[in-house]
Design a protein around this ligand. Structure first.
Ligand SMILES: Cc1ncc(COP(=O)(O)O)c(C=O)c1O
Length: 344
């Protein structure tokens, strides 16, 4: 069965009988400001998409790596990886994943017949990780915002290499983590790979682009599996411009930081400490947990009634808000305040 994520506005709008255009959609962690679409020559629409060397060069520069592969969103890798890994390592049957995290990882490994082991706040003890296992780390995690630093990751990388395992680092939201935090060390061996998502930071999830940063073995295996024409020509051109445009990237980081600070402040005012336990996240989303188990579910419903669509966790105990624009923050504020009043 397909998993539910944020972004199902049509469905939710129908359920609450409010036209889709009247909603504030903060159900995803996609930046509310998008990279401006450049002029796309007619030939780019007409021709079959060739691998664009300028895009590869721009991506290598942006991701600071020598080997990568462009995909139709990092989701394409998440889905295909378990079967490919089985082929590479016939002994592998166990995978360790965050209990709370982007659920497509668990879904893919489960479908491939792996035994799932979930960890919570702390990564599994290194000595307990079974030989030939896979460890998935989402850094920073969606929705918890938890972040593991490079030193910790390096230790696990070393360990997984020793036990003939695989470290999968999903860095879909790392672009907004201050400093160059991405971890590409030791990717010359085939025991680690890194997934990067293009759509979130650049606010263009619809063009479906993602990257696999890994050694030649993995890039080759995925190229072979996914075949030619994975990514359409216009999407490649847009991504090339966006990845090269360092001044836009700096502005986007500053803007997202400012918007996140304002939105977090607003949420803390709207939902006082009597109900709010904590807010976690990053500059692309904020996840709220509450003292009472059912608060998130009630607030979700009260917000939907006002045309505000946030993401209620599958566990139904937290609410995740994507970052919204300055223009929409006021309406979001009013809706949050009203939801709180109706709750109490
Ligand atoms: C943690 C995480 N990884 C990967 C993805 C897949 O994103 P994409 O396929 O757009 O790169 C998502 C999507 O929401 C995500 O939250």
């Amino acid at each position: 069965m397909a998993l539910l994520h944020g972004g199902q506005l049509q469905q939710v709008a129908k359920q609450y009988n409010i036209p889709p255009s009247d909603w504030i959609d903060v159900s995803t962690g996609i930046a509310p400001i998008s990279y401006p679409i450049p002029i796309i020559p007619l030939s780019v629409w007409q021709q079959l998409p060739q691998q664009n060397p300028d895009l590869i060069a721009a991506a290598q520069q942006y991701y600071q790596c020598s080997q990568l592969m462009i995909t139709n969103g990092s989701q394409a890798i998440i889905k295909a990886l378990p079967a490919l890994y089985r082929q590479k390592n016939a002994e592998s049957q166990d995978v360790y994943l965050p209990e709370r995290g982007y659920k497509e990882h668990a879904h893919a490994w489960k479908n491939a017949g792996y035994n799932l082991h979930f960890y919570q706040e702390f990564l599994p003890e290194m000595s307990e990780i079974l030989p030939n296992s896979v460890l998935v780390i989402i850094n920073p995690n969606n929705p918890t915002g938890q972040f593991f630093n490079g030193q910790v990751i390096a230790q696990y990388q070393e360990r997984l290499k020793l036990i003939n395992g695989l470290l999968v680092l999903d860095e879909a939201f790392i672009d907004v983590v201050p400093g160059n935090q991405s971890y590409y060390n030791q990717l010359e061996n085939s025991h680690s790979l890194v997934l990067r998502s293009f759509g979130k930071f650049f606010g263009l999830a619809g063009i479906r682009i993602g990257f696999l940063v890994a050694n030649g073995y993995w890039c080759g295996a995925f190229k072979e599996l996914l075949g030619p024409w994975q990514i359409n020509g216009p999407a490649q051109l847009i991504a090339q411009h966006a990845l090269q445009d360092t001044s836009w990237q700096t502005r986007q980081k500053d803007t997202l930081t400012r918007l996140r600070i304002a939105q977090e402040h607003m949420l803390r005012q709207a939902f006082p400490q009597i109900i709010l336990r904590e807010i976690n996240g990053c500059n692309l989303f904020l996840t709220l947990s509450f003292h009472q188990q059912d608060t998130a579910k009630k607030l979700y419903h009260l917000l939907c009634q006002q045309g505000v669509y946030c993401r209620l966790a599958d566990e139904q105990d937290t609410l995740r808000f994507g970052i919204t624009t300055e223009e929409l923050l006021e309406r979001l504020t009013l809706a949050c305040r009203q939801a709180y009043q109706q709750l109490t």
